[in-house]
Design a protein. Structure first.
Length: 307
């Protein structure tokens, strides 16, 4: 969603925006299908189509399109190719096809709908970009350089649920908003708690009773437990064990984790369920500060998401 917010800000300033969209990728191409990059008239950038020398050349080309853009077009870049016309200038293998669009005032309403509705279907064709024009196609269908269609679902594909509104939670929310995750934040303390009140990154913030957390967590989300008290951590963990989650992690020292696990084992919680919990949470990078701990957690979740 971040790139559409950038586009909206530029259109509201009556600037045109060139949008590049990777509609097909093969091999180890750094620009994967769905990658997007926007270049505004004031030469500011948002997003990426793969980086490196290729991206630099495409950005420079885009900056020259504002005065002579006639209609959407498609180009192909081959990585490691000797073909000077198609070569991306990068040594990796694979290829990618990139569609170019010029967005102006006509697209203001569409961009508002994308941001306000939060979900729907985006269609990129040789004619235009359309939102919520239903198509059965998923992915891309390229018939030629002058006829193509790429369809993608718009919305937050991933959902992070955080229990505990402390300092690490605040830093973690900052990271994941940039990763286009939908973020839900829950705590059982006062709503005036500074780290709860100041967490403007979470899409949903709520004070709840930790005795009934299952009602607040849907299936296939990433769940992180980092409450103020060890008893609350244990209470939440017990309720989430066995749920259909993409990830379940709990913050704490090895000693704290061991104590909680032993308590749950005494309650006859199966050891196999405890083995599914990432605890102590995150990658072992010897992190200490809230920012460092949040990076270790984000890295672990990203590794699972992209597995």
């Amino acid at each position: 969603m971040k790139i559409w917010q950038f586009i909206k800000s530029k259109l509201n300033k009556n600037q045109q925006v060139v949008v590049m969209v990777v509609i097909e990728s093969n091999g180890s191409s750094p620009g994967r299908m769905g990658f997007k990059m926007a270049v505004s008239e004031d030469k500011e950038l948002s997003g990426s189509v793969g980086g490196g020398a290729m991206e630099y050349s495409l950005v420079e080309m885009s900056k020259k399109l504002f005065n002579n853009f006639s209609h959407p077009f498609l180009i192909e870049k081959e990585h490691g190719s000797d073909d000077t016309k198609k070569s991306s200038g990068m040594l990796c293998s694979g290829s990618q096809k990139i569609a170019f669009y010029l967005l102006d005032d006509i697209y203001k309403k569409m961009v508002d709908e994308i941001l306000n509705k939060g979900e729907g279907q985006l269609l990129f064709s040789e004619n235009s970009i359309d939102f919520n024009t239903v198509s059965k196609l998923q992915g891309s269908k390229i018939e030629s350089k002058i006829k193509w269609l790429y369809v993608e679902e718009v919305g937050f594909k991933e959902h992070l649920v955080i229990f505990g509104a402390g300092h690490v939670s605040l830093e973690l929310s900052k990271l994941f908003i940039g990763l286009d995750f939908h973020i839900s934040l829950y705590d059982n303390r006062n709503a005036n708690l500074s780290t709860f009140k100041n967490n403007t990154y979470a899409h949903q913030r709520k004070i709840i009773n930790y005795n009934d957390v299952a009602a607040h967590i849907p299936d296939k989300v990433y769940a992180v437990i980092m409450t103020f008290a060890h008893k609350d951590d244990s209470k939440i963990l017990e309720q989430l064990l066995g749920k259909n989650l993409k990830y379940l992690g709990m913050m704490g020292s090895p000693e704290k984790v061991k104590t909680i696990f032993e308590e749950l084992l005494k309650k006859e919680v199966p050891a196999k369920l405890l083995e599914t919990v990432d605890a102590p949470i995150g990658l072992p990078i010897n992190s200490h500060t809230p920012a460092e701990i949040s990076i270790s957690i984000a890295a672990k979740i990203i590794s699972i998401k992209n597995r």
